[in-house]
Design a protein around this ligand. Structure first.
Ligand SMILES: Cc1cc2nc3c(=O)[nH]c(=O)nc-3n(C[C@H](O)[C@H](O)[C@H](O)COP(=O)(O)O)c2cc1C
Length: 206
């Protein structure tokens, strides 16, 4: 018997740490989305958070194409996903493609930090979405060249990721044993000591 959405949600929550914003611990990436539209005002609020990310030269090189289920942009984004992602992402009411400029607007020089800045803005987006009771699932599994083409993205932009957005659905609705197992699995992370060093490979004393 698959776990219910509420049970899975409880299992996915990381143990709270005092002083750390709760959204960091309760954000997780479902594949099952409920058949429930997301009000555009909430999507706007999540982008309001993204808006305030830091960026190199404050260029804000991120751009997002947002598709709501039923519109042409949604269908275009869905069409470029790999079949595995299409199978579950088609239940999400919103699909978003994030792209980044490869050039600085202020001097036309190469911007090597566009993807870094897009990622920061997207992280803010996903955390704000979590704060609003929404769920996000990022994807790299899509045809990047086709995405740029079908969405008429100018040539000095590169793709980052697609983000599925919506409300959490019931795991059983995934209808695929492997996907249900992943949906129910507890979240795993490396301890801080494995990625914060004082010198290479030596955990920093924090
Ligand atoms: C850049 C990026 C690309 C990802 N690509 C995919 C993908 O193509 N398909 C998929 O099912 N999940 C994808 N994921 C989701 C990750 O597998 C997931 O975030 C990770 O396992 C951690 O789980 P959590 O977000 O629930 O904490 C991607 C996540 C990120 C950030």
């Amino acid at each position: 018997m698959p776990l219910s959405a509420a049970e899975v949600n409880q299992r996915k929550r990381a143990i709270p740490v005092e002083g750390v914003l709760p959204a960091f611990h309760h954000r997780w990436s479902p594949r099952s989305f409920a058949d429930k539209a997301v009000p555009s005002t909430l999507v706007e609020k999540a982008f309001e958070a993204a808006r305030w990310a830091a960026s190199s030269y404050n260029e804000q090189p991120w751009r997002y194409l947002v598709g709501f289920k039923g519109d042409a942009t949604y269908d275009k984004i869905l069409s470029v996903l790999v079949p595995f992602n299409q199978a579950w992402a088609k239940t999400a009411p919103v699909l978003i493609l994030g792209v980044a400029s490869t050039k600085f607007a202020h001097n036309g020089e190469k911007n090597g930090y566009g993807l870094y800045d897009l990622s920061a803005a997207s992280a803010y987006f996903t955390l704000q979405a979590a704060e609003l009771g929404l769920y996000t699932h990022s994807m790299a599994g899509f045809d990047h060249a086709a995405a740029l083409k079908v969405l008429d993205v100018p040539e000095d932009f590169i793709v980052g990721a697609v983000i599925a957005l919506g409300y959490q659905g019931e795991p059983a609705a995934l209808g695929n044993e492997q996907m249900i197992a992943t949906e129910e699995a507890p979240r795993q992370r490396k301890p801080v000591s494995e990625f914060v060093f004082s010198s290479w490979g030596v955990p920093a004393k924090l």
